[in-house]
Design a protein. Structure first.
Length: 294
């Protein structure tokens, strides 16, 4: 069974069953039970049993979605997260709760006179709500199953993704503008290395003194957001992707998780062509570029 999903058997395996349900309005319909052999050796964080569920759907919607390739890819990602879980509790245990409480006291309820963005970013102090999505990001990039990587996270914000990556044994560098008190405090609290830098169109990134196995950008705004009158076009994106590739090691990857900044869309048809010309793999707002071996 493991070979059917592209896994190579290992010497020390344990058998588990994985139920993948499809939820309808009337209840849960069991699709299948997978008898899987899972490595007995645990990862850097403690592994616990996990039950995988799909979001609620009307039965007619479920039937229509069942025939779409995107449905299979998403279902497989959920299965893979369950097979190789990254539990939340050990991550929370690494955080200094007294320092977190102090940050919440100082920045959790800013006065109306404070900059609007500072008040907006106060929601990121709810670390328990922010870490799970970043755990999923790390799992979907397979970070819990690969040797230590050098990772550059562009627009790292409070450093949540790199905090998870570091807990999984990787070395990370965040890239973002400083001066936002909530993010400055969180980056320090989580022990994430960050370089203060503002990305601009047609400007190459600085020399980092090392190259990276993975470059990520999650929900960034350096290219213009939906509220902005300006947004990057195909020429800016073409320059940026080509420049990022210079900072990759052989076999490295670039991953974008884009906001829908272009009139409710993730990119324009012209930008899509740029991504495809760089051999990008597109799935809604996700874009993956892979550099082949040297």
């Amino acid at each position: 069974m493991m070979q059917a999903f592209g896994f190579r058997p290992r010497n020390s395996l344990t058998n588990r069953s994985l139920v993948v349900p499809l939820r309808t309005e009337s209840g849960t319909v069991q699709i299948s039970t997978l008898a899987c052999s899972i490595p007995a050796r645990r990862s850097r964080l403690e592994i616990r049993d996990t039950f995988v569920t799909l979001p609620p759907l009307k039965f007619s919607q479920a039937i229509a979605k069942a025939g779409q390739p995107l449905t299979y890819r998403r279902a497989w990602r959920r299965i893979r997260r369950a097979l190789y879980p990254v539990p939340l509790a050990p991550l929370l245990a690494q955080i200094d709760q007294e320092r977190l409480a102090a940050l919440r006291t100082e920045y959790g309820s800013l006065p109306p006179t404070a900059p609007a963005l500072w008040r907006h970013y106060a929601k990121y102090l709810e670390i328990e709500k922010r870490l799970p999505s970043n755990i999923e990001r790390a799992q979907d990039l397979n970070l819990q199953r690969v040797p230590p990587l050098e990772i550059l996270d562009i627009g790292c914000g409070g450093g949540f993704f790199l905090f998870v990556a570091q807990a999984l044994g990787h070395r990370g560098l965040g890239f973002d503008v400083a001066g936002i008190p909530v993010f400055d405090g969180l980056v320090e609290l989580l022990g994430v290395e960050r370089r203060d830098y503002r990305i601009a169109a047609f400007e190459p990134l600085p020399d980092f003194g090392r190259k990276f196995d993975l470059i990520t950008a999650f929900a960034t705004a350096f290219h213009g957001g939906r509220e902005d009158a300006w947004r990057w076009g195909p020429k800016e994106w073409d320059f940026f992707v080509a420049d990022l590739k210079r900072h990759l090691r052989p076999g490295g990857r670039i991953f974008f998780d884009l906001n829908a900044a272009y009139d409710g869309k993730y990119f324009t048809p012209e930008i899509r062509e740029v991504f495809l010309r760089h051999d990008g793999k597109l799935e809604r707002g996700n874009v993956l570029f892979e550099r082949g071996p040297a």
